[in-house]
Design a binder for this molecule. Structure first.
Ligand code: NAD
Length: 487
């Protein structure tokens, strides 16, 4: 690969995300030669660390059985630590001077990447200081990477976006949704548009319904401070679920360039059928996990978790029905669900086809509608469930499964989402990032549901290690359907 040149400034260099995701991703880019001689990373955070200590942090973050320690050391030498209070203007001058010095030292061509990897409350402050203290360079490119959450409703997202666009042009802003960096999400483009057997049937004439499940087995862990204010709807649906939905349903893009893919996705976001207060309550279900025994241990209910209010109204589970106002999907419900403390961790998507309309076959003979399931994680692959004749003298129908999974070892060796996404930023490719048009449409949709929920006082619960409350099953049963995946 061609070597990239840049000074990368990470705000939040001592944070969890930086150590768990960003340093390993940068190291893998280094091992592949995308980053080589001409790059430097400035980590900033409040703590007064020395460069030596920072090198240790970076080396530990990338350590592993397959890691050459000398290579990790050489990599860490490109890292510089700057203690920094994001609200202090003087600190930005220090940062600017250090960046300029490293730019000369490493011959990075004036390229800058600013990575906002700290609490979202600071995103606007940082952006405005980058402008007022003139941190953007004249010579090379300036790119901003920004983590989620992007606002907590439409109004705050707009305010954040306005403050970013006051400093950066839209084509310099890379809004992270790490789902877009996942192998199997990218694969949806190949799967949908390079298979004649699916391309022609990917519409309302052949598909009865679509199901999207993003389930987590863990509880809120140490993130109650953030999660209490977010909840499953904002934390997972507004971003990841909506992005997955758009990849599943967008019309065929003209080309696989950022602009054409965005144009195709925008058609889906524009088509989200909005709910009002009454219809939101009918079509979206929320709940909190309650204490239950899991594998012999009693796990805490959400309201008992540390940092969670005893009367918390934060939903840890959401299920909903989404309709799209576009001709190819008219009348096809997209059922979505996501939550914490569910039975198992899995992201999987199922498209159920229309049943055959022939008197020859029916449910009594064992005939079931075909369905296609796409596994995003932890396993990666597809299953196609078809009807076939059962062995024997009779003519009973039974489901057969065509199954493919990526080899787990090969899948584990493939680039992780953050590696792919940072690589995209170095190349200036915005395809796998969220655009403002998508964000604004999805926030408006989400706000209506949140508004309906804020009128409710009862918070339904579900026992930990189940797939949510009964209402999530009733949501489909009422339409004569059921969840395809019932672990
Ligand atoms: P963290 O709390 O571990 O790290 C926050 C960082 O910000 C620390 O380095 C801290 O020193 C620094 N910081 C805080 N206040 C500061 C100030 N006033 N001045 C200078 N530095 C300050 O948080 P995190 O988990 O690394 O998350 C960072 C961002 O990434 C958040 O936006 C989060 O939503 C997002 N994110 C995190 C994860 C994850 O797995 N941790 C996943 C997805 C998104």
């Amino acid at each position: 690969p061609e070597e990239s040149r840049a000074v990368i400034i990470i705000f939040g260099g001592s944070g969890d995300l930086a150590s768990r995701k960003l340093y390993p991703a940068l190291f893998n880019l280094y091992r592949r030669g995308v980053l080589a001689e001409h790059f430097a990373v400035i980590g900033t955070a409040r703590r007064p660390w020395t460069d030596d200590h920072y090198h240790e942090v970076v080396e530990n973050a990338v350590a592993g059985d397959d890691v050459d320690r000398d290579q990790a050391k050489a990599f860490a030498q490109h890292f510089f630590y700057q203690s920094h209070d994001v609200t202090d203007a003087d600190h930005y001058i220090t940062l600017k001077n250090l960046a300029a010095k490293l730019d000369d030292q490493y011959v990075t061509g004036g390229n800058r990447i600013f990575y906002m990897a700290m609490a979202p409350d600071f995103f606007e402050t940082i952006a405005s200081h980058l402008k007022s203290e003139h941190l953007l360079t004249e010579r090379g490119f300036n790119r901003l990477i920004i983590e989620k959450p992007f606002g907590h409703d439409y109004a705050s997202a707009k305010e954040l976006n306005d403050s970013l666009t006051a400093t950066f042009d839209d084509d310099q802003i890379f809004r992270i949704d790490h789902y877009l960096g996942k192998e199997m999400i990218q694969n949806l483009l190949a799967f949908r548009f390079d298979n004649a057997i699916f391309e022609g049937v990917w519409n309302k004439d052949y598909i009865d319904n679509i199901q999207i499940t993003l389930s987590e087995a863990v509880g809120v862990e140490e993130r109650a401070g953030y999660y209490e204010k977010a909840g499953a709807l904002r934390d997972m649906v507004q971003n990841h679920v909506m992005q997955v939905l758009s990849y599943l349903t967008m019309p065929k893009p003209k080309t696989f360039t950022a602009n054409d893919i965005l144009t195709a996705k925008d058609q889906v976001f524009a088509a989200l059928k909005p709910y009002d207060l009454a219809t939101a309550k009918e079509n979206f279900v929320r709940a909190q996990y309650a204490s239950a025994e899991v594998d012999g241990d009693q796990v805490l209910g959400y309201r008992q978790e540390e940092g969670v209010a005893a009367d918390s109204q934060t939903a840890t589970f959401v299920a909903g029905k989404i309709m799209l106002d576009m001709p190819q999907w008219e009348g096809v419900p997209v059922y979505i669900r996501t939550g914490k403390r569910l039975t198992r961790k899995s992201t999987q998507l199922t498209l159920t086809f229309e049943p055959v309309t022939s008197p020859l076959f029916n449910r009594e003979t064992g005939s079931q509608p075909d369905s296609l399931t796409i596994y995003i994680e932890p396993s990666e692959g597809y299953s196609l469930q078809l009807n076939g004749k059962a062995l024997g003298t009779g003519f009973n129908i039974e489901p057969d499964e065509l199954r493919y999974r990526h080899d787990p070892e090969a899948a584990a060796a493939a680039p992780e989402a953050y590696e792919r996404l940072i690589n995209n930023v170095l190349e200036g490719d915005q395809t796998n990032f969220t655009h403002w048009s998508e964000l604004s449409a999805s926030w408006r949709f989400i706000d209506a549901i949140q508004a309906a929920w804020s009128q409710e006082t009862e918070m339904p619960t579900y026992p930990a290690a189940t797939m949510g409350p009964q209402a999530a099953f009733d949501l489909l049963a009422r339409d004569g359907r059921q969840w395809f995946w019932q672990p």
